[in-house]
Design a protein around this ligand. Sequence first.
Ligand SMILES: [Zn+2]
Length: 237
Amino acid sequence: MLTVTQYQRGLAHYYGCYKGKIDGKAGPATKAAVKKFQKLRGLVQDGKYGPKTNAELVAVVKLIQAIVGVKQDGKCGPTTVAAIKAKQKAWGLVQDGICGPKFWGRYNGNGAATASGGSSAHFRKSEFKCKCGGRYCNGYPAGNTNAKLLNILEKIRAHYGRPVNIRSGQRCNRHNAQVGGNKNSSHKKGKAADIYIKGVCDTAAGRKQVVQLAYKYGAKYSYANTRQMGTSVHINV
Ligand SMILES: [Zn+2]
């Protein structure tokens, strides 16, 4: 759990939820800030800084840290704040160190801009190649892998700060049938990926968390923990 000082800092730099002094005291202003954060993140709004709120704030700060390129420890200290300001400067935004609507709009917009031609900042087009090995198709039956899917994968990658392994991307009709895929599988449309993240997808709870993140970042459907999926998580848009 973050200390009161630490979470006051996190809340101050995420949408400016907290506007008071960083004094380490969980007074009314801090409780109001916790409530505001809970509302923004779709949590129960009780104003109490419990384990769920803590986990969410740590995840949010880690994502911010991944975006601005500093160590992801979930604590919004001076290094993180300086990096947020530097990113705001680079993006032509007011350098107030607060990740508000413009910061997130720019981040999401950037994601969309970078994912094009079937690749993105951290994913090569070839990682999504059909695994029939050229027997039944040229590897890209759907052409380019969907940009929205790539953006979701980028965000999941940023959340954990770890590489995301694509176990199955595009599939041609015959390969899809061979692996027992649904006849209308989104893999055939370049809109699905079965992924594995080392150190995350090794447990059922970890896979469940990836599914939840996928939905949070805009997936149409995601599932894991079936016998067929093994340690992979399916995500489609
Ligand atoms: Zn194929």
